[in-house]
Design a protein around this ligand. Structure first.
Ligand SMILES: Nc1ncnc2c1ncn2[C@@H]1O[C@H](COP(=O)(O)OP(=O)(O)OP(=O)(O)O)[C@@H](O)[C@H]1O
Length: 583
């Protein structure tokens, strides 16, 4: 229930609307309760009194009442529909914002499809419950209690007969409600698993196709869906029994009522109108009883969905900025790794006692075999994770004491593979500085050697790049990424060099663009090119998470250590065929 209250918080801004809607709802229920009384009078006016005038005026009353009922009904539906959707929209946006704030470890531990499923299926279940449960509770409570009070007043003996229906129904609800809740959770979990397969298939479609693994993916998806189906069928078996069982009980009681009530009319203890009104009330009351049974299971189902969504909403980001954080207005660009040790799982460190520093404006290349910890150092520099021991310092400040947003504003990352966002070329470059002028945009593109190819695109800067930018070549995407970083104008530049070779012309365009980008900035590069290590002020060589050598290219070559060895293994994509050639 505490979890439910958290969701209800979202309803608070709309309290006034909700109260008004509920008032209208209460009025429609009251009208529903009054109608049979008028019907009773109509029947008595016709059958017992033969009074045409009374018939006319009663009919008029009926029409007025049902018209009011309609107006109140429309108002309730609209307001609650609006508020329900508003709350869900607010919640979805909060959910998105919350996920973005979570630390990277959250994303490493979870699959995208699962998050999407919670955002989709679970929130939809909550939305339905949020509206339909309170509405049903209010409407049915008024109808049930009001109806019972009226029929008790009309004929207490017949009321006793109706009440006989209650105990078996309560038992039924208790026994099967819990089972339905368990099954609903199973369905949602299994659907989430299938969503994971769908997401993976779509994002890795090239791998799937090139390995012709469509049947394999189909099977994985089908097994998830079939599992969900099995749970769903079990659910259907139970819920299918609900309606007919309730109907059976209702008819059983009605038959008894017909018999008993009929006898009362024959002996003159009841009027025909009263008996008719009584039947109508019996039907009106049977509704809430059945609904309450179903509501119980719906509440359980919603609680399951709320639990799953709150599981994520209750997570706290692991990396947080302290209240008295230092906001570096102008980063100078000094970076120090001071005896840093870190592991994605603290008991299994992947980098050990890393110690080196980079002076402002210096260019430092990071080299080492695959898995040595190069990307990890870059993640630590972004404070995607906190170090386990030692310290990363920026301009002499512990990174953990800095206002991270202010710091990251002065840093740019050019990744190995550029995934473009859906939208135009312009949008993608502006990602570096959302409010850049047209002039700044063009200058950035020019420096990135991207202007020419952009001009040749169908709509220039306005060209829509397909999802993840598939319509542009790898080299073109890289140049857009460079233009984006150029526009951001960072003090610290982090470059993860592409490993895939491009053709010579494209390569030189990119190298030239990168040269311009690196100028005057502290640059930290995961190097895959000889040209990069040649021009680096310092090369840090990593092996198995430790710094093994530091120096310039000639120094390290002369040392004939790991760097020299890696070099002879053709570590660099643009390395000459033999060492002699290079020498
Ligand atoms: N999210 C993660 N969770 C757990 N371990 C990880 C994670 N990311 C990387 N590792 C491990 O940390 C070690 C260092 O990885 P890292 O990606 O930093 O190496 P790298 O030098 O950048 O390698 P490459 O050149 O192949 O990209 C590896 O053993 C890797 O398996």
């Amino acid at each position: 229930m505490k979890e439910f209250a958290k969701i209800l918080r979202y309803a608070k801004p709309y309290t006034k609307n909700i109260v008004f809607a509920f008032l209208c709802l209460a009025l429609t229920s009251v009208i529903t309760l009054i109608l049979p009384l008028i019907v009773r009078n109509v029947i008595n006016a016709v059958v017992v009194q033969n009074n045409a005038q009374a018939l006319n005026s009663l009919t008029f009353d009926l029409v007025v009442l049902i018209a009011f009922q309609m107006v109140f009904g429309v108002t309730t539906n609209y307001i609650l529909g609006f508020v329900g959707n508003r709350i869900t929209a607010d919640f979805r946006m909060d959910f998105f914002g919350h996920i973005q704030r979570l630390s990277l470890s959250f994303f490493h531990g979870r699959r995208v499809g699962e998050i999407l499923s919670r955002m989709g299926n679970d929130i939809t279940v909550i939305q339905k419950a949020l509206i339909s449960i309170p509405v049903a509770v209010l409407r049915q409570t008024i109808t049930l209690l009001g109806g019972l009070a009226i029929i008790l007043y009309l004929n207490w003996k017949l009321t006793g007969l109706i009440l006989l229906i209650l105990p078996p129904l309560m038992l039924f609800a208790r026994v099967f409600g819990k089972r339905l809740k368990d099954l609903s959770e199973q369905v949602q979990d299994r659907l989430a698993k299938a969503a994971v397969v769908l997401e993976e298939m779509v994002s890795s479609i090239k791998v799937v196709k090139s390995y012709t693994r469509e049947p394999h993916e189909q099977k994985r998806f089908e097994s998830g869906i079939e599992d969900a189906f099995d749970a769903e069928v079990k659910k259907v078996k139970i819920s299918a029994a609900f309606g007919p069982f309730i109907l059976f009980l209702t008819f059983l009681v009605s038959t008894a009522l017909v018999w008993y009530g009929g006898r009362q009319v024959m002996t003159g203890t009841t009027t025909p109108g009263e008996l008719a009104a009584f039947f109508l009330y019996a039907i009106i009351i049977a509704g809430p009883i059945g609904t309450f049974v179903r509501l119980y299971t719906q509440v359980q189902e919603a609680l399951g969905a709320i639990r799953r969504v709150n599981e994520i909403m209750n997570l706290e980001p692991q990396v947080t900025t302290p209240d008295n954080a230092v906001a570096l207005e102008q980063v100078e660009g000094r970076i120090e790794f001071d005896h840093v040790t870190f592991g994605y799982a603290p008991e299994r460190p992947v980098v050990h006692d890393i110690h080196f520093d980079i002076a402002p404006g210096e260019r430092v290349a990071l080299v080492g075999p695959s898995g040595a910890g190069k990307s990890t150092l870059i993640q630590l520099l972004h404070r995607f994770f906190d170090v386990d021991a030692g310290m990363v310092r920026i301009d002499g400040h512990d990174l953990r004491e800095l206002d991270l947003t202010a710091f990251l504003k002065q840093m740019a990352l050019v990744p190995q593979e550029t995934l473009l966002f859906g939208g135009t070329v312009r949008d993608n470059i502006l990602y570096g500085k959302l409010d850049a002028t047209e002039d700044e945009l063009k200058r950035a593109a020019q420096s990135a050697n991207a202007e020419d190819f952009i001009r040749n695109l169908e709509n220039g800067y306005g060209t829509i790049v397909g999802e993840k930018g598939v319509k542009l070549s790898g080299g073109e995407r890289q140049r857009i990424a460079i233009a984006r970083a150029m526009l951001k104008d960072p003090r610290i530049l982090v470059l993860d060099e592409a490993t895939s070779s491009l053709d010579n012309q494209s390569e030189s365009l990119i190298q030239d663009a990168l040269e311009k980008l690196m100028k005057g900035r502290t640059t930290f590069i995961i190097a895959h090119r000889l040209s990069t290590v040649h021009t680096a002020d310092k090369i840090v060589v990593l092996e198995k998470g430790r710094v093994v050598e530091i120096g310039t290219h000639p120094e390290l070559m002369a040392k004939e250590g790991l760097y020299h060895h890696l070099y002879s293994l053709r570590l660099f994509d643009d390395a000459p065929l033999t060492l002699e050639e290079e020498a």
